[in-house]
Design a protein around this ligand. Structure first.
Ligand code: GDP
Ligand code: MG
Length: 166
């Protein structure tokens, strides 16, 4: 009856901010679990009446430029393979970058359930980036603000039909 949601995307798009919002203090340190390194953080997430395991691909933070090293790709592929659902996050203020396209390719090939979210979408400065996100070919982007808690009911609505499969 439980399912897992991996938060994936390039560094600085707001994955950890969303993870912290969904998980609050219910953070499980995963260092001791076999096959899971500290590159991935797991926590028990709540969104309305949904309960799920959120997986933050925290190890990507160390990549500083916009390139996508092999390690990032491997980590993302591992999270995608672990998780029932991938929440792919892009930065609506920056718009779509070449790294975002690489993530989109990985997700199109590997994940059954992908939800695309354009984060940092509070205010009109994000409008162009939200529209650009359609070009990733992953459907309609959810307009969210992890920092301000906007778009959480849309995220809930996107997750609910998937949750019913588990
Ligand atoms: P990560 O590298 O993908 O885990 O990204 P973080 O969660 O560490 O966030 C990167 C930066 O984006 C931080 O400075 C956050 O405060 C900021 N950020 C996250 N979510 C939002 C948002 O919804 N709106 C704005 N304006 N900034 C955000
Ligand atoms: Mg992070």
């Amino acid at each position: 009856m439980s399912f897992s949601v991996a938060l994936v995307g390039r560094p600085n798009v707001g994955k950890s901010t969303l993870f912290n919002r969904l998980v609050g203090r219910r953070l499980a340190l995963v260092d001791d679990q076999p096959g899971v390194t500290r590159d991935l953080r797991e926590g028990e997430a709540r969104l309305g009446d949904l309960r799920f395991t959120a997986i933050d691909t925290a190890g990507l933070e160390e990549a500083t430029d916009d390139s996508l090293p092999a390690r990032m790709r491997r980590l993302t592929e591992r999270a995608v393979d672990m998780a029932d659902v991938c929440l792919f996050i892009v930065d609506a203020r920056v718009g779509i970058t070449p790294s975002d396209e690489v993530f989109a390719d990985i997700l199109r090939k590997r994940s059954a359930h992908v939800i695309l979210a354009a984060n940092k979408a509070e205010g009109s400065a994000a409008d162009a980036g939200v529209i650009e996100a359609y070009s990733l070919g992953l459907g309609e982007p959810l307009r969210i603000s992890a920092e301000h808690g906007e778009g959480m009911s849309e995220l809930y609505a996107a997750l609910t039909p998937i949750a019913e499969e588990f």
